[in-house]
Design a protein around this ligand. Structure first.
Ligand code: GLN
Length: 475
């Protein structure tokens, strides 16, 4: 049994036919990781292997559970009882989850079994999985390139045949961008669609958990297994969860798809634009109406995101102080030094940069100029999208303005790194669902992805339109 290229839909069929057991499937994934770990240029997509967890959960598998015992890779920022969880940070080294969070609990109830922890940028801050305390992850398509980030481990493992499907988290693009970089599918659900309980918070008003999968069909299956109201998350929404898989069959004919000028500007490299134009032509041929649009507040989105996300991060990360949570620095002579040393030694450079930035924008005298201003732009972005969705059903854009970059190409230049998030942060600021789907390759063979953004809670519409394209692609 080879997990390589096995879709979640195929794995579920194989499990139901008893061609293999959940334990065998989990062990096959583990073997793929162990084999790869012997290479000097290993993917390093997975930083903790726990097949025994999957096997013990398999013993309690409910008859008729839709995922039928399929092993699912979980990003290292989600609590799973009894497993370590570190957000790929030194500060949480050795910490073991005392409980299982809402989305993962639902996953397990639906027969999806966590078996490993995925590498990520430290505290999900990054776009390349280069800030992990556990070492960089590599892109399975070409190991000299980054797999994207921050859920780069989740994406590299699925694309590299080490996992059948994975959960990632997306605060400003961290599901969609790595999926695009690795040539697979990533879906950020509507804010409130999936419980954040047990997801270690980065930007609480932006974070969502979602699927990273080989196909759009798999994304629909996995979303259905994690979505829904959770009383432990006050921002989760008590709305019925549709049958996303059944919704895939809806034809895109007659859908109105918006093409925002701001996302097809000069800044977009020709190879990316050409790939996305092919998708535009496809939908037109399917009988969709392509509608030129403007989303003028987009030009402020990156600045706004890096104010809101860092402000929330600075508050969320205050609890890692060596007392309440986190590794405690030994030998401090007083409490102040204990906090200071624990945080200085425990956090990496990018996390420190964000805490400093976030503390600054919230501090008295600067709050109005930065944070309050950012909240106003956020509202303007929301108004742009409300106006757009009065005219169109979906918005189509590239995922990144340029092709995938090489390892090390941006790690010394934070602004350049931040700018690669330009097309993804908007969906988080507005709260709407967005999917990333592969649509071509650049001259070096690295994947390119496009994005479909939908109305709040219309994941079914987003998935159906994405599936119409995806089902036609050679595999
Ligand atoms: N790359 C973005 C950042 O660095 C998004 C991260 C994320 O979505 N977690 O903040």
């Amino acid at each position: 049994m080879n997990p390589e290229k096995l879709t979640l839909a195929q794995a579920i069929r194989g499990l139901l036919k008893k061609e293999y057991t959940p334990g065998e499937l989990a062990r096959a994934c583990v073997k793929a990781v162990e084999d790869d770990n012997r290479r000097p240029d290993k993917l390093n997509a997975i930083i903790g292997l726990h097949p025994e967890k999957a096997e013990s959960l398999a013993a309690g598998l409910r008859e008729g559970a839709p995922l039928a015992g399929a092993p699912i890779l979980v990003k290292d920022n989600m609590n799973v009882e009894g497993l370590p969880v570190a957000c790929a940070s030194k500060i949480l080294e050795g910490y073991v989850s005392p409980y299982t969070g809402g989305a993962v609990s639902r996953l397990i109830q639906n027969g999806g079994l966590p078996f490993a922890r995925a590498n990520m940028d430290e505290f999900a801050m990054g776009s390349s999985t280069e800030t992990s305390h556990y070492g960089i992850a590599r892109n399975p398509v070409n190991r000299a390139y980054t797999p994207g980030g921050s859920s780069g481990g989740s994406a590299a493992a699925v694309a590299g045949g080490q996992a059948i499907a994975a959960l990632g988290s997306d605060t400003g693009g961290s599901i969609r961008q790595p999926a695009a970089c690795c040539g697979i599918v990533g879906l950020k659900p509507t804010y409130g669609r999936v419980s954040r309980h047990g997801l270690i918070a980065f930007g609480s008003s932006l974070d969502q958990i979602g699927p990273i999968t080989n196909t759009v069909e798999d994304a629909a299956i996995l979303l259905g297994a994690i979505a829904g109201y959770d009383p432990n998350d006050s921002t989760s929404v008590d709305a019925p969860v549709p049958d996303y898989r059944a919704a895939l069959e809806a034809s895109p004919k007659g859908k109105r798809i918006g093409l925002p000028a701001e996302y097809f500007s000069e800044g977009v490299e020709p190879v990316v634009r050409a790939a996305v134009e092919r998708v535009v032509a496809f939908y037109r041929a399917q009988g969709c109406e392509m509608v030129p649009l403007s989303l003028p507040a987009t030009k402020y989105a990156i600045g706004t995101y890096y104010v809101v996300a860092t402000a929330e991060a600075s508050a969320n990360l205050a609890r890692f102080d060596g007392v309440r949570y986190g590794r405690r620095s030994p030998g401090a002579k007083d409490l102040r030094e204990l906090y200071f040393n624990s945080r200085s030694e425990g956090f990496g450079l990018e996390v420190k940069r964000r805490i400093l930035l976030g503390t600054y924008v919230l501090s008295s005298g600067y709050y109005d100029a930065y944070y309050l201003q950012a909240m106003k732009v956020r509202r303007a972005l929301k108004n742009d999208f409300d106006a757009a969705f009065a005219k169109v059903d979906l918005v189509l854009t590239p995922i990144m303005p340029e092709p995938v970059f090489k390892i090390g190409a941006r790690s010394q230049d934070p602004i350049k790194m931040y700018l690669s998030d330009i097309f993804t942060v908007v969906a988080n600021l507005v709260g709407v669902p967005a999917i990333s789907v592969p649509c071509g390759k650049d001259a070096d063979g690295l994947p390119i992805g496009f994005q479909l953004i939908g109305r709040s809670f219309d994941e079914a519409g987003v998935l159906a339109a994405a599936h119409a394209w995806d089902r036609e692609q050679p595999r």
